[in-house]
Design a binder for this molecule. Sequence first.
Ligand SMILES: Cc1cc2nc3c(=O)[nH]c(=O)nc-3n(C[C@H](O)[C@H](O)[C@H](O)COP(=O)(O)OP(=O)(O)OC[C@H]3O[C@@H](n4cnc5c(N)ncnc54)[C@H](O)[C@@H]3O)c2cc1C
Length: 394
Amino acid sequence: MPIPNPNGGALTEEHVQIRESVRDFADREVVPIANELDNKAAEIPDHVVRKMAELGYFGLIFSPDYGGSGLDTLSMAIVAEELSRAWLSVGSVMTRMIITASLVQANGTEEQKKKFLPGLCTGEILAAAAFTEPDAGSDAAGIKCRAVRKGDQYVINGEKTWCTWANKAHLLCTTVVTNPEAVKKHNRLSILLIPKEPGDGFHPPQLAGSPIPTIGYKGMNSYSLQFDGYEAPAENLLGGVEGKGFYQLMSTYEIARIQTAARAVGVAQAAFEAALRYSQERTQFGKPISDFQVIGHKLAHMATQVEAGRQLTYHAARMKDTGKRCDLEAGMAKAFCAEMAEHVTSEAMQVFGGYGYSREFPAQRFWRDARVFRIFEGTSEIQYEVIAKRLLEG
Ligand SMILES: Cc1cc2nc3c(=O)[nH]c(=O)nc-3n(C[C@H](O)[C@H](O)[C@H](O)COP(=O)(O)OP(=O)(O)OC[C@H]3O[C@@H](n4cnc5c(N)ncnc54)[C@H](O)[C@@H]3O)c2cc1C
C-alpha cells in the first residue's frame, strides 16, 4: 500500500529529485540500522557520515567558490527532513557543519573562508557547536568561558556543556569571553574556531570531555567540556575582531531554526507513516484498527499537522532565499514543528498500543527523539519571545 508522500506543493523538479535521492540513501543505509543502534546507544557509523559527506550534504547551501553546492535553503530543508525521517541523529550531523560554515561564510575573513569552508563542505573538517554553558543556555550572552590572547594564541579556560558530537569534531565552534570589561554584555563575546583531534580521549588535562546520558537523540553524544589552558591559534578568531561574537551567532539563528524545523517534520513524518502501516496490519475485533473511525481520524489529524509544519518550514526557507529577514517565520516554523512532532509521535505510539511502548518497535524512538525539539536550537519559550517581539514591534 503506497505511503502518502507529500511533495510539499509547488516543488521544482530539482527539489523533487533531491528528495527522492536522499530518501533512497536514507531508506537503504539508515532505516535498517537506526532502531538497533538507538537501542544499543551506539554512535552513527563512520561510513554513514563519510557517505553523507560524499553526497555533498554538508556543503549544500555554501558558495561554490569555497567548495559548496550553492543550493537554496529549501533544498537544505528537504535533505534535513528526509535524513531525520530515517533517524534524527543522522539528520543532525549536517547541522554542525551548517552552523559553523554559515558563521564563517557570513563573518569570516577571506583567509578564514579559504581555510575552513572547503573542508567543512566536504566533511574533511567535522565541526561541533560549543555555545551552551552550565549557567548560560537561553541567555547565550551570559557565558563565562574565557579566552585570553597570548602572542599568536588564545588561552581558553572554562566550561561548555551539551556540545553534541564534540568527540568526532576536528573543530569546536565556540563562544568565548574576550572582552570582559565591555559595558554591554553582548559585546563581551567572540567566536573562536578551536581545533582538536577527533576521538573520545580529548586532550587532557587542557581539554577534557564527558558524555551526558540522555533519554533519546542517541547516535550522537552530547558532551560536557572543560577547558584548562587549552590553546587555539589567534588567527581562528572569527572575523579577526574581538567582541562581535554575539551578533555573529545571531546571524545563524534563522538557518539553524529552519533546519531544526525540517528535522522535526522528518521525525513526525516517520511516526505518521509507521502508524499508518501498523493500523492496516493490526486487527482487533476482527478488522484492521484503521477501520475504527477514531483511528482513521487520528491518522488524518497527524497527516494534517505534519503537512502544516512542512509548509511553515518551506515558507521560512523560501523567505530566507529571498534575502529578507525571516526570524519571525523561522521562529514560527521551529516552535510549531517542535510541538507538532511531540504530539504526532505520541499519537503514533497510541496507534501501536502496547507495542508502541516496546523498544522492539520504532514508535518510542520517534517520541523520545521528538521531545528534544522544544529544548534545543532555542527553546519554545524563546521562540515565542522572538515571535511576540516581532509582532509587537509595530
Ligand atoms: C540533546 C541536546 C543537544 C544539544 N546540543 C547542543 C550543541 O550541540 N551545542 C550547544 O551549544 N548547545 C546544545 N544544546 C543545548 C541547548 O541549546 C540548551 O539546552 C537550550 O538552549 C536551553 O538552555 P538551558 O538548557 O540552559 O535551559 P535554560 O536556558 O536554563 O531554560 C530553562 C527553562 O527556562 C525557560 N527560559 C529561559 N529563559 C527564558 C526567557 N527569557 N523567557 C521565558 N522562558 C525562559 C526555557 O525556555 C526553559 O523552559 C543541546 C541540548 C540538548 C538537550
